[in-house]
Design a protein around this ligand. Structure first.
Ligand code: PGA
Length: 257
């Protein structure tokens, strides 16, 4: 059975102090309840290190929200994967729709970032998802297929062993509108089947596919109980420890049944 994975994407939120206290609350509750669920938090770059210090010895992992594929050099404003690893990251979110939408990321540039992460052994949370217009026009699967084929071009199953895919319908991100459990399940099943057909069947079976888009404690159980939904990438609700912990509890309850 695939172990559920709940990750918090803090986006461009928190301060030095609030990042540390949020991480402390999450870490102590997770340590106390010891859920059969993997948990990670992804703070903004300046707070990775202070949050890492809070997480020392805790089961909560640290992740970056982005990275650049080059090792080092004259790339003003960028952060390398080695830097993320150096401050204790085990994960990096790549291809988030906000990166695609506001910062011009393409399937090709995301592919280079995944390649560099794979080379360094950092776990990737690879985000894909359609915009509302695509869904309404019945193009959801075509969009997912293009993003999968572009982002994952050239990789073997062995290289992608640590990868997690986050299916995040763009129309559900930060909007309060969640995909219905049926819509999520159908997209997740499509993604798993695509991986089986185009990369490897056993990779597809083991692959964890998170759902992201307005996940809250109130809707978490219903979405997470879908057979192909293996966790959640949580934005807004990951900024409040009680809400994030509520989602983790929902995942943990399902892991017990
Ligand atoms: P949301 O964001 O939970 O605030 O909708 C999810 C995400 O963008 O990862």
């Amino acid at each position: 059975m695939r172990r559920k994975f709940v990750a918090g994407n803090w986006k461009m939120n928190t301060s030095f102090q609030s990042a540390q206290s949020l991480a402390r609350e999450v870490a102590s509750a997770v340590a106390a309840s010891n859920p059969a669920v993997d948990v990670a938090v992804c703070p903004p770059f300046p707070f990775l290190w202070p949050v890492q210090q809070v997480l020392v010895g805790s089961p909560v992992a640290l992740g970056g929200q982005n990275a650049y594929h080059e090792k080092s050099g004259a790339f003003t404003g960028e952060t390398s994967l080695d830097m993320l690893i150096d401050v204790g990251c085990q994960w990096v979110i790549l291809g988030h729709s906000e990166r695609r939408q506001f910062f011009g990321e393409t399937d090709a540039s995301i592919n280079r970032k995944i390649a560099a992460s794979v080379e360094r052994g950092l776990g990737v949370i690879f985000c894909i998802g359609e915009v509302l217009e695509d869904r309404q026009a019945g193009r959801t699967e075509t969009v997912l297929e293009t993003q999968l084929a572009g982002g994952l071009a050239g990789f073997t199953a062995t290289q992608l062993q640590k990868m997690v895919i986050a299916y995040e319908p763009v129309w559900a991100i930060g909007t309060g509108v969640t995909a219905s459990p049926e819509q999520a399940e159908s997209a997740h099943a499509f993604i798993r089947n695509w991986i089986a057909m185009h990369i490897d069947a056993s990779l597809a079976t083991a692959l964890r596919i998170q759902y992201g888009g307005s996940v809250k404690p109130e809707n978490a159980k219903e979405i997470l109980s879908q057979p192909n939904v293996d966790g959640a990438l949580v934005g807004g609700a990951s900024l409040k420890s009680d809400q994030f912990l509520g989602i983790i509890s929902a995942a943990a309850e399902l892991a017990r049944v």
